[in-house]
Design a binder for this molecule. Structure first.
Ligand code: COI
Length: 354
């Protein structure tokens, strides 16, 4: 397996494209006509092919189902007004995917399968990419362990799959956020920096508990003091205090190195803001709120892009934000959208054309 040409394509006999409108497609509900499937065994990737979208047949003893060797990525492709198609920073996702793979003791996926296969798949299903504002093609590459053995050990076989989902916005309204004090998303030495499926599974119970209190997502805190801020829901988080953008730093390994986070940092600097990546204590946030210097808070992520937050609750202290008056998050979102839709120069070389 060394050339993109080696990826065999079997096309569907009938497209499903006309069965549904792509306008306001809910996130991750519809899938395109094809998918890529690659197989790893005997220490090598032995096949990669594009086939009609279809269910996978799995052995009940499949290792991934029992012990969680399963990782994924989220990437977006966009169509501009002249029907040009671009993928946003896929090489960064490719690198992060293999960082997740190494931590989960899984094999690296080669670039010719991850990137080459993705490009070929998107090109084949390009009619599915919505050219509508706030819509995109969400790309979901994932890999899971396929050994059919119940012993607890790294699998010797894996499947790598890419599926594509035309989607509208993930969150449609500003969010209410509960600062979590009981549960923890990630610990130092753990897997918080990976896109390992278990991170998302473990977040569901605390999120449902927060929903019962009327909140949309939780703001994750450290496991020891529940004071140092990590991520919001499944996004990175930014605070605007005294016109400085502050976001938790990555070095403890508890936070996903978001591609949108990194893009936001660059664009916020272009907007003239100072950006600080560092430890953030909730007490500092509360003091800034009381001093009226804390003006905005938002999440960044591939699926959610830039998501405004209208309320943060820590214990009984509630911080409210009038998101209609937010200046920085909307400008950041607009600037990122303009780059993705080729309305602004791609000065960082973030777009990969199909
Ligand atoms: C993404 O932003 O791509 C994510 O990983 C969130 C996803 C779990 C919906």
């Amino acid at each position: 397996m060394s050339e993109v040409m080696d990826i065999k394509v079997t096309q569907t006999v009938k497209t499903r494209l006309h069965d549904q409108s792509l306008e306001n497609a809910p996130f991750g509900h519809y899938f395109t006509d094809h998918m890529l499937v690659a197989e790893y065994k005997n220490g090598a990737w032995v096949s990669a092919e594009i086939v009609p979208y279809q269910p996978l047949q799995l052995d009940p003893s499949l290792a991934a189902l029992h012990y969680g060797q399963s990782i994924f990525e989220g990437i977006k492709a966009y169509k501009d007004d002249t029907d040009n198609v671009v993928i946003f920073r896929p090489l960064d996702n490719f690198k992060r995917f293999n960082i997740s793979a190494q931590r989960m003791q899984m094999p690296d996926v080669p670039e010719e399968i991850f990137i080459g296969g993705m490009k070929k798949l998107i090109d084949l299903d390009r009619n599915w990419i919505p050219g509508i504002a706030n819509h995109s093609l969400y790309i979901r590459p994932f890999m899971f362990a396929t050994d059919a053995i119940l012993g607890v050990k790294p699998s010797e076989t894996y499947k790598f799959v890419i599926i594509l989902s035309p989607s509208g916005p993930y969150f449609s309204a500003p969010m209410r956020i509960y600062v979590e004090e009981k549960y923890t998303r990630a610990v130092t030495g753990g897997v918080g920096f990976t896109k390992n499926a278990g991170n998302y599974g473990a977040s569901m119970h605390p999120t449902i508990k927060a929903r019962e209190l009327g909140y949309d997502q939780v703001l994750w805190t450290d496991s020891v003091e529940h004071k140092y801020l990590q991520e919001v829901g499944m996004m990175n988080v930014f605070f605007i205090i005294n016109n400085v953008a502050i976001t938790p730093s990555l070095e403890e390994g508890t936070i996903l190195a978001g591609i949108t986070r990194d893009s936001a940092i660059q664009v916020l600097k272009d907007m003239g803001l100072n950006v600080e990546e560092r430890k953030i204590n909730i007490d500092e946030i509360i003091d800034a709120y009381k001093a009226n210097t804390f003006t905005e808070v938002f999440g960044t992520g591939t699926a959610a892009t830039i998501s405004m937050i209208k309320e943060l609750r820590y214990k009984d202290f509630v911080m409210n934000f009038n998101t209609d008056e937010s200046k920085i998050a909307p400008e950041l979102k607009q600037r990122l959208d303009d780059i993705r839709k080729s309305k602004a120069p791609d000065k960082y070389g973030w777009l990969v054309k199909i």
